[in-house]
Design a protein around this ligand. Structure first.
Ligand code: GTP
Ligand code: MG
Length: 230
């Protein structure tokens, strides 16, 4: 009660729900103030948990910061395992946020030193998950802000478009770039996204290290969550 008056009504960046209340006390804050729990780690399609909650998946190159972002969002140090060794996350990991939304940490691609057959097996699992998951609402394609969009990211963009999955770009590690590069990404990547039919047009800038962009990202994610039980 009285909440609506104390919170500014601003559009949620990157969200499909313009006009919903957003910000430090917005829907994302409430959602992520609740318990997040690890649900399952799947190495095969058969091991996927049943599709019960709306899902948002994080994809991107190995080492881009997918697991770190999930930890930062949920304010947990090691909910998702992170590592300076690329290829750490080798299965599809599912995390339930307040039993209202599933966050999905996918195995990274472009990990050069893994055995060929293993890479092929992960890529196969990744593609089958992306194409077949009925509860998948949005894919966040994470891009390292130091490198921008790399050839394998471009391939993933094509795959997402072809599969008709709604996706968006989330830049990571923005604590490591300057304002000039940030502006350059804003211009170039936004222009590029406009040519992708299934892409949400705006970019998000995040740093797990500096907790930058987390409020916006949580609000965007909350727009896909089941409504809280009263
Ligand atoms: P895979 O599981 O191998 O696909 O990697 P991942 O995408 O899950 O990356 P992970 O979260 O394990 O992070 C990889 C490395 O990047 C780690 O050393 C992190 O500490 C570092 N890192 C992640 N996010 C940030 C960030 O926002 N800023 C900085 N400076 N480093 C980060
Ligand atoms: Mg990982």
């Amino acid at each position: 009660m009285g909440m609506a008056n104390s919170v500014r009504s601003v559009p949620i960046p990157g969200s499909d729900a313009p006009g919903r209340l957003a910000g430090p006390q917005g829907p994302g804050h409430k959602l992520f103030a609740s318990e997040t729990r690890f649900v399952a780690g799947a190495e095969s399609l058969a091991a996927l948990p049943p599709p019960s909650l709306p899902e948002v998946a994080f994809v991107g190159r190995s080492n881009v910061g997918k697991s770190s972002l999930i930890n930062s969002l949920t304010r947990r140090k090691s909910l998702a395992r992170t590592s300076s060794t690329p290829g750490r996350t080798q299965q599809i990991n599912f995390f339930s946020v307040a039993e209202r939304l599933m966050l999905v940490d996918l195995p990274g691609y472009g990990f050069a030193t893994a055995a060929k057959e293993r890479v092929a097996a992960w890529q196969d699992l990744l593609q089958r998950y992306l194409k077949g998951r009925v509860t998948l609402r949005r894919v966040c394609l994470l891009v390292d802000s130091r490198h921008g969009i790399m050839p394998l990211d471009a391939e993933m963009m094509k795959l997402l478009d072809t599969a008709g999955i709604s996706w968006q770009v989330v830049l990571t590690k923005v604590d490591l770039i300057n304002a000039t590069l940030r502006q350059a990404h804003q211009n170039a990547i936004t222009a590029r996204l406009s040519r992708h039919p299934a892409a949400f047009p705006s970019l998000m800038f995040t740093s797990s290290e500096a907790a930058d962009g987390m409020v916006e990202l949580r609000d965007m994610l909350a727009s896909f969550a089941l409504l809280p039980r009263e």
